[in-house]
Design a protein around this ligand. Structure first.
Ligand SMILES: NC(=O)c1ccc[n+]([C@@H]2O[C@H](COP(=O)([O-])OP(=O)(O)OC[C@H]3O[C@@H](n4cnc5c(N)ncnc54)[C@H](OP(=O)(O)O)[C@@H]3O)[C@@H](O)[C@H]2O)c1
Length: 311
């Protein structure tokens, strides 16, 4: 991928990575820091992030990169707003936003903002963050340098998602009960599909995303803490299939490679899926219709849901 489009240096670029105290986000941060980037670690766990900072600095003491912790909790739209205001006011520039943080199958509940929690963490809060930081990314465009960009970390499980548009909006406890029978994987796939629709649709709003590139990167099936909410009976099955499991599963480091590649390419495209360090031209064309249909509707509903928080 890098050979085909040329590699750009990330030295001195400011890169926000959400959810990088562990897993794929952590490995992405490690590599980009090593290449001299200024990494803003947008996490909710201060202690763990500080330990990660120490680990990276010890490993690469003179790489020229910088690591800064800033608190971000995607279950709170207020937190998304405070984080964004901090970046807008205090950072001279922002070159790349890597929207990586997510949950898989977290117990269904309402957040204080009255959204279903999985939908807020995986889609609505990242959508708000994207909108709040877009102007900062746009201002950071320098003549002749590659365009600032947003990398949304997605999943091929989006193929199994369905959009229930009412769950993109504020809901009541009664409405929440109607999705209680859905499985974690189904809910995850749907929240990731909602985000994929949003990012693809956003990329077509040329006036809104002027000077900013958008791409979707899928890390593949990786062994991380993402599966922390997986039921114990499922984990027993997985351990019985362990030899096979470890043949197909990737490490966080391997999973991070596509995202790192997307950060370093001289240009990225919004119409393909970046997967296994390649452009998958067929993902949207040959996948189920749900991957592409009604994405503008999902975008409009999402915009209505986040509008009250666009301060
Ligand atoms: N692992 C896979 O097989 C796989 C496959 C396809 C796509 N992906 C995607 O890859 C990305 C990274 O996942 P991963 O596998 O590295 O998972 P992970 O190890 O569970 O890491 C997820 C990260 O998101 C953070 N996070 C969760 N809820 C948050 C919240 N409310 N506010 C702020 N941060 C929050 C976590 O922070 P805490 O540690 O504080 O919870 C953690 O840093 C996700 O977008 C996921 O959908 C993963």
């Amino acid at each position: 991928m890098l050979k085909r489009y040329g590699r750009k240096s990330v030295r001195n670029l400011t890169i926000v990575i959400t959810g990088c105290n562990t897993g794929i986000g952590k490995e992405t941060a490690r590599e980009l820091y090593k290449h001299g980037a200024r990494i803003i670690m947008a996490n909710r766990n201060r202690l763990e992030t500080e330990q990660v900072i120490q680990e990276f600095q010890k490993q690469n003491p003179s790489c020229g990169g910088q690591l800064i912790y800033k608190h971000l909790d995607l279950t709170s739209m207020d937190s998304v707003n405070s984080f964004s205001q901090d970046i807008i006011s205090n950072e001279p520039r922002l070159d790349i936003l890597i929207s990586n943080a997510a949950v898989f199958g977290a117990p269904l509940c309402l957040t204080d903002d009255h959204f279903e929690l999985n939908m807020q963490v995986n889609h609505l809060a990242p959508a708000l963050l994207t909108h709040l930081l877009l102007p900062k990314l746009q201002q950071s465009k320098i003549e002749e340098s590659p365009q600032p960009r947003i990398i949304a970390v997605t999943s091929t499980l989006t193929k199994h998602g369905t959009i229930q548009q009412e769950f993109l909006s504020r809901i009541t406890n009664e409405q929440l009960k109607t999705i209680m029978d859905k499985r974690g994987r189904e809910i995850y796939a749907s929240t990731k599909l909602a985000n994929l629709h949003f990012m693809r649709s956003l990329s077509t709003h040329k006036n809104v995303v002027k000077n900013v590139e958008i791409c979707l990167a899928s890390p593949g099936f990786c062994y991380t803490r993402l599966h922390r909410y997986t039921s114990s009976s499922r984990l027993i099955w997985m351990s019985l299939l362990a030899p096979l499991f470890f043949m197909i599963v990737k490490s966080s480091r391997q999973g991070a490679q596509t995202i790192i590649g997307c950060s370093m390419l001289s240009r990225v495209r919004p119409d393909v899926l970046y997967h296994d360090c390649k452009e998958d031209e067929h993902f949207f064309q040959k996948g189920p219709a749900s991957l592409v249909s009604n994405s503008n509707d999902s975008y409009e509903i999402t915009m209505k849901s986040i509008e009250p928080f666009l301060k």
